[in-house]
Design a protein around this ligand. Structure first.
Ligand code: NI
Length: 431
């Protein structure tokens, strides 16, 4: 299908420029032209882009997409109690079929707030892959591995390891990278050293990235220092974890040495400001990450600790927190925040050649955001409006690989009423 968007404000995210009154042509799932449209090109549909900004679809670099079923459960608990008392017991009752429904619930929320790619981490992931394919969105998927209290002789017999190998064989690179598969140990406090080493070796074998939670809380750091005499980052470095591309969620409590290690190895950080606030974990020192040249992307974490998957809210908080904590209004330009929520996420997942910017030849993963609402007027600085004034509900259209998934309040690939109904039934059974 060929589609033309006319007369829009376009932010390609290649250099922070805003192109006024610009046309974009989409052909066979890819961006065919920006600005000058080749003569003779014909279109199945033309969208009047006046009053909208067109930008790359947002990228949620750390999420557990099916966790919406826990939205509002365990309020007021710190991370470890929240996990042990609320999350793990409820997750034990999930079935494989539940995961299809719950992933769709997460995707529905994400596409309606402008997210076209997410870096997921959960289990029964084959069902999440089916949901991604049916909803026609894009994701990095993985079976999250843990082995504490599960002393298997041979790591490769762990169910999560076997399942992830199957997932990789079945879906890695599926439909021109609609799906990619990573290797994901949950965290240093739920995985043995043996498993962590194995995951890095496995990622090297499969030529993909490792993906884990790192230094989310002071307690995690303190326990690691007590048990091993080093920080979590130094511990992982000592066992070769960063010898492969790594994407690390949270990184709230890093030392200067930790940041130097991550910078040296080219690791990416997925900061999750809202989840870190809600669980009382702290505030990521993103300015120091930037100063070290580390690739910083943004995630929502699961809806259970956020409590939504709205990347616009995440962008606001990310920027405001840093300015407030440092008492420095000059930190983080709006363009820099938008980069973190787009191209930096693509880099963190090895997908920068496909998505994250609007460039001819890249996949048409883009959103239209309404700029005609009172809170978006006037437009002195469009990037500033997007980061500080816009709401997720201002997203008018979300397109992935040239296909429209959401437009004008309607989901075109997901039966949302059905998904909400089925989610309620799952919750009736579990709680
Ligand atoms: Ni998480």
């Amino acid at each position: 299908m060929n589609l033309l968007i006319t007369g829009a404000s376009v932010i390609p995210m290649t250099d922070g420029a805003v192109l006024a009154d610009t046309d974009i042509a989409v052909s066979d799932g890819k961006i065919a032209a920006i600005g000058e449209i080749p003569q003779g090109m014909t279109f199945d549909r033309t969208i009047d882009g006046r009053g909208f900004v067109v930008m790359p679809a947002l990228i949620n670099t750390h999420v557990h997409s099916p966790m919406g079923f826990l939205r509002g459960c365990g309020e007021g608990l710190p991370l470890q109690r929240w996990l042990n008392e609320k999350v793990f017991p409820a997750e034990d009752k999930l079935t494989e079929q539940d995961m299809y429904t719950l992933t769709l619930l997460g995707i529905a929320e994400m596409v309606s707030t402008g997210t076209g790619l997410f870096n997921d981490m959960y289990f029964f992931t084959h069902k999440s892959a089916e949901a991604v394919i049916d909803a026609k969105t894009r994701a990095c998927l993985t079976y999250c591995a843990t082995d504490i209290g599960n002393n298997v002789e041979d790591i490769t017999t762990l169910r999560a390891v076997q399942n992830n190998r199957r997932l990789f064989a079945d879906y890695h690179g599926y439909d021109d990278d609609r799906i990619r598969v990573s290797v994901s140990p949950h965290a240093i406090y739920t995985c043995s050293e043996r498993l962590l080493r194995f995951c890095a070796e496995e990622a090297a074998r499969l030529d993909t990235f490792v993906y884990t939670h790192l230094s989310e809380t002071v307690g995690e750091n303190a326990d690691c220092l007590t048990a091993r005499g080093v920080t979590p980052t130094a511990y992982l470095n000592n066992i070769g974890f960063f010898d492969v591309p790594a994407t690390l969620a949270h990184c709230v409590h890093l030392s200067d040495e930790d940041r130097a290690i991550l910078a040296e190895h080219g690791a990416s950080v997925a900061t999750c400001p809202e989840s870190n606030l809600k669980l009382g974990s702290g505030i990521c020192e993103a300015d120091k990450l930037f100063a070290n040249g580390i690739n910083v992307a943004i995630g929502t974490d699961g809806a259970s600790s956020n409590n939504n998957l709205n990347m616009f809210e995440e962008m606001h908080l990310f920027s405001l927190l840093l300015k407030g904590v440092r008492q420095d209004a000059s930190l983080l330009s709006p363009e820099q925040v938008l980069q973190c929520a787009t191209i930096n996420g693509a880099r963190a997942m090895g997908l920068a050649h496909r998505t994250g910017t609007l460039e001819v030849g890249k996949d048409a993963d883009l959103i239209l955001v309404d700029t005609q609402k009172p809170h978006m007027s006037p437009i002195h600085n469009l990037c500033s409006n997007l980061v500080y004034a816009a709401q997720g509900s201002d997203v008018h259209l979300t397109m992935v690989k040239g296909e429209i998934l959401y437009e004008n309040g309607q989901w075109l690939t997901i039966d949302v009423e059905r998904v909400k109904h089925d989610t309620a039934a799952i919750c009736d059974r579990i709680f």
